[in-house]
Design a protein around this ligand. Sequence first.
Ligand code: PLP
Length: 375
Amino acid sequence: MIPFDKKTADEKSLAYIKEALESGAWSGDGPFTKKCVKWFSEQLGTPNVLLTTSCTHALELTGHLADIKEGDEVILPSYTFVSTANPYVLKGAVPVFVDVDPRTMNMDPLCVEEAITERTRAILPVHYGGISCDMDPLCALAEKRGLAVIEDAAQGVQAYYKDRPLGTIGDYGSFSFHGTKNYSCGEGGLVIVKDRQQFERAEIIREKGTNRSRFLRGMIDKYTWVDRGSSYLPSDILAALLLAQLEQWEDIMEKRLNIWNGYHVRLEDLEKQGRIERPFVPGYSRHNGHLYFIKTADIEERSTLIDFLKGRGIATVFHYIPLHSSEFGRKTGRFSGEDKYTTKESERLLRLPLWHGMTEEMVDTVASAIGEFYS
Ligand SMILES: *Cc1c(COP(=O)(O)O)cnc(C)c1O
């Protein structure tokens, strides 16, 4: 049996969790959180990062910072997870969905331009599978029209656009450490804020609207309620688990890329024969091996292939139901322009197993089974 995803506890994770438990400092912003923050600051080249309870909450924080209000519009791909939309819908905004570039499944900058109205406040690029959106045209557009750029880089940790880390290119960025992601602590996230003043406000909102962070840094004598806020701090026990993964990031990345490349090479002939399509990596993107997919001819062929692979003990999955066709998406948002690719392409896409402990042999088994299906 080859599962779609599998997590295993390694020695380092167990040791760090034990250390966190024994220290008795279980709340947020403890020693392990500080180490995670230091690690990301160095990797990303900015001190303006905060650990959060999820990527969803990191995005929620940006909704407060960007002051998204009732009736504002935010532009996002329809082909994404609900968490790209929810944080802004919570603030009363209207999600305006745009079509994707079928080669990357990332938002098409031309569709974004056509979707802008006088109510538009933000553009939300999602870096699908850690393969970056084309950020230069999106940022130029945002600057020209006075819009915020908020990156959903949930899948883009340690991936790059040109030489810039994903999450650091827009005004705000977000990562996810959910169990399904490359580096995970079960549930967790990171928010990246470009502007220093905005970042200081992010610290306050994250800490229940208090200036406790400034107090802990010795900048003020006592802390108090100064702004609206919530509680977006993960426990230091989770940060311990995350740090263990971050310190092994090169190994995790290498294994994932090997699996990704293993599929890519083995499935090349099927693409050349016109039977399937493989992911496309634009020249400006350096990805992180987050996920591997193939595209079948249509939804019927995909269903038959899923069953065929299941019969061989291989688990595969697909996602997403386009948000504009979901029950709540229809109620709260609208699709701008023509749905040329989103629905059609999402129905053809099938994700293959990809996890840290997968062996070369398993990759071979999956690729051979797909080859057999098409012969
Ligand atoms: C996983 C994911 C999220 C949500 O992350 P959480 O940490 O679970 O909140 C948001 N957007 C995308 C594109 C994701 O893949």
